[in-house]
Design a protein. Structure first.
Length: 431
């Protein structure tokens, strides 16, 4: 198979293939490393709940993508985890807002592990009995998320910021929503989102392109396949907020807080703006920023304080979270620093340091088998390569950051959530 496929080699040394089935394959051979890591990423996450499949318009209950992730490990022969155990591989999976990923790490029998991985994502098997038995397991996972203050902060912020976008819903859904999941729904999702052209396979470490491509051939992925039939449907989302402030009480040792800003959605594939926003946050409250040092030195935050860009189709928001005995004070100091930078511009030295740090992280990831494979898959889902990301980062300037600050982090689009120590129940809201 590899004889008639030509690799596209980027400046980072990663090999890229597009198979006749539509599957994107990325390989980073790393001679001398003991382990290999492979990951299959599907462009299907918790926000994909409303779409057309052929002449049908389907609306899913919350939590289907995560539920499907669990069920993909089962087939008529039993459990894929048992198969991975026989090959000596350590396997797992996760679901996020916009993707589902299945992966393994192995030091031997890599080809056999690749066969297991590709078989499970291309040959789903569901019955009413197997689907029903998972409800109890996932219900426990949902309750675990409900008891996690960090996760509750993100969920509550999204519910304050968004009226209709499905990012409002927990990735795992609710106990009520998962009870409505049927085998038919799961098969529909596989047809819609698990077609090869909607998947990325990335592998790095003690592995060759020949090994990966031959495994794809054994799985039939060297043959033409139909493109995914799904057409996502998004409801209109205004730029107004649902709620500006919310206070919850949970069994926490220290108050937690979250400050969220609703931003204009980014165009599909616009990784440059996302990277620019990430740099702005590093300058604003990263470990090298003046604000972070003041807050930390005064004991107002712990090392976990920071900001992140949450960007998926139809949604972009910037979230700041952390723990503090004085959350209102931290919020006020954060807002003051935002306005100061908006007025004076980012510190040029800090910007250079942050840019070099981001660049270093991209390069450092190339030397770790897990990070290298995951990084290749993440950027491929955005239609980019690692080399393009590095080149794009190199082109960002402090002036770009100054211009970005004029339009983002506006106080009129801000929501504020606090979780205070209190009743150990599921979390009670204070009016």
């Amino acid at each position: 198979m590899s004889d008639h496929l030509r690799a596209v080699l980027d400046c980072a040394g990663n090999q890229r293939y597009l198979l006749p089935s539509g599957l994107t394959v990325l390989v980073r051979p790393m001679p001398g490393y003991a382990a290999a890591h492979a990951i299959v990423a599907a462009r299907f996450g918790s926000i994909d709940v409303h779409f057309r499949l052929g002449d049908q318009e389907l609306t899913l209950p919350a939590g289907v993508a995560h539920y499907l992730e669990h069920k993909m490990f089962e087939d008529q022969e039993g459990d894929a985890f048992a198969k991975f155990a026989r090959t000596g591989a350590n396997a797992n999976a996760f679901t996020s807002f916009d993707r589902t990923c299945y992966y393994f790490t192995a030091t031997s029998q890599v080809e056999e592990s690749l066969d297991v991985l590709l078989e499970m994502v291309t040959h789903p098997y569901f019955t009413p009995e197997t689907v029903a038995k998972e409800q109890g397991i996932i219900a426990q996972e949902i309750k675990m998320y409900e008891d996690s203050p960090d996760w509750r902060l993100i969920t509550e912020l999204c519910q304050c910021l968004y009226h209709s976008h499905p990012i409002r819903s927990d990735i795992a859904g609710t106990c009520e929503s998962i009870a409505r999941i049927t085998p038919g729904m799961l098969y529909d999702c596989c047809r819609a989102f698990y077609a090869p052209s909607n998947l990325v396979l990335a592998a790095a470490g003690n592995i060759t392109a020949e090994q990966v491509l031959e495994a794809c051939a054994r799985a039939g992925l060297d043959q033409p396949a139909a493109a995914p039939a799904a057409q996502r449907i998004w409801a209109d989302e205004p730029m107004t907020l649902v709620q500006t402030e919310k206070t919850l009480h949970m069994a926490v040792a220290k108050p937690c807080f979250g400050v969220g800003f609703k931003e204009e959605p980014l165009a599909p594939g616009d990784g440059r703006t996302e990277a620019l926003y990430d740099l702005v946050l590093c300058c604003l409250c990263g470990g090298m920023s003046g604000l972070y040092r003041r807050l930390y030195d005064q004991g107002l935050v712990n090392p976990g304080f920071g900001g992140e860009v949450l960007r998926v189709d139809g949604c972009c928001c910037i979230l700041f979270t952390g723990e503090s005995d004085q959350p209102d004070t931290v919020r006020q100091l954060l807002l003051e620093e935002i306005e100061r930078i908006r007025s004076q511009g980012v510190d040029r030295e800090i910007f250079t340091l942050c840019k070099n740090e981001k660049y270093g992280q991209l390069v450092e990831n190339l030397e770790n088998v897990e990070d290298a494979a995951s990084q290749m898959a993440d950027f491929a889902l955005l239609g980019q390569t690692v080399a393009q990301q590095i080149e794009m980062l190199a082109g960002l300037t402090a002036e770009d950051a100054d211009r970005a600050m004029q339009g983002i982090l506006r106080p009129e689009r801000m929501a504020y959530v606090k979780i205070l120590p209190g009743d150990a129940g599921a979390g009670t809201e204070e009016e």
